[in-house]
Design a protein around this ligand. Structure first.
Ligand code: NAP
Length: 252
């Protein structure tokens, strides 16, 4: 396979945490990778450098996924770099910790824009490239939900849980819309995974302590364990998995 025949995956929020692991594992498995980031440019460039050092192809793509124009520019840059798209992982997301009495327009709108609107914007641009009715060859979309959608999240997590419930419903409806277009759509529901996202409510140490009792497997998960499941869902091994929401949560 020449390098230009290799499939292309765009991973949003791939500068750190779960997204970075998905990008690195995708490259190991032969994908060419778009490494989206919002603010962490140096970290995103480090992910790209690791991929290139391993013989893979990657490009760093700055965009706030909550900004539709920025998302459109990002997809244009991906087109220019690779000329095709085969999979989108809607991973970018944030956690918020505020009580319902502390709600204001900014804290609610901000998390819904990043976690929900961003997934709509990126899925739309991906579908314009992958859908058969648009001349595409099909593909896969993986949406990042959370067990918060069925457990309600941690303290101060009403907005976060709401965004992930929205992603579960979005995933199902998108699967109905895009299945006939040759695009498989699935979601992951990670549980307690050791990443920097937990800084807003006590940090990784506190989360790992909780995981020892709250998770039947007795530990937090790793970003790599989520990445392995995401890559499986995006690839041909999951060719008849569609509209599914898969827990990666150690039984929690
Ligand atoms: P993380 O370590 O905090 O990383 C978040 C990533 O998302 C960063 O690369 C960040 O980019 C990017 N991002 C955030 N807002 C963005 C925006 N508006 N536009 C573009 N990129 C944006 O988080 P993580 O734990 O890896 O989480 C990844 C996904 O998994 C999220 O959707 C999260 O909700 C979900 N999840 C995580 C857990 C967990 O326990 N860790 C559990 C369930 C679900 P910059 O740094 O460049 O700004």
């Amino acid at each position: 396979m020449s390098t230009t025949d290799r499939p292309v995956m765009l991973v949003t929020g791939a500068s750190r945490g779960i997204g970075a692991e998905i990008a690195l594992l995708a490259a190991e498995q032969g994908w060419r990778v778009g490494v989206n980031y919002h603010r962490s440019e140096a970290a995103a460039q480090a992910v790209v450098a690791r991929i290139r050092a391993g013989g893979g192809e990657a490009v760093a793509l700055q965009a706030d996924v909550a900004d539709l124009q920025a998302v459109r520019r990002m997809f244009g840059a991906l087109d220019a770099a690779f000329g095709r798209l085969d999979a989108l992982v809607n991973n970018a997301g944030m956690l918020a910790n505020f009580r319902i009495t502390e709600v204001d327009a900014a804290n609610v709108a901000g998390i819904y824009a990043a976690n929900v609107f961003g997934s709509y914007y990126c899925a739309s641009e991906a579908a314009r490239r992958m859908a058969r009715s648009h001349g595409g060859r099909g593909g896969a979309i993986v949406n990042m939900s959370s067990v918060a959608s069925r457990l309600g999240g941690l303290a101060g997590g009403t907005a976060y849980a709401g965004t992930k419930g929205a992603i579960d419903a979005f995933n199902l409806a998108l699967a109905k819309e895009l299945g006939p277009e040759g695009i498989r759509v699935n979601a992951l529901r990670p549980g307690l995974i050791a990443t920097e996202i937990h800084e807003v409510h006590g940090g990784i140490g506190q989360m790992e302590q909780l995981a020892r009792t709250a998770v039947p497997l007795g530990r937090a998960g790793t970003a790599r364990e989520v990445a392995q499941t995401a890559l499986w869902l995006a690839g041909d091994a999951a060719s008849y998995v569609h509209g599914a929401v898969l827990d990666v949560a150690g039984g929690r």
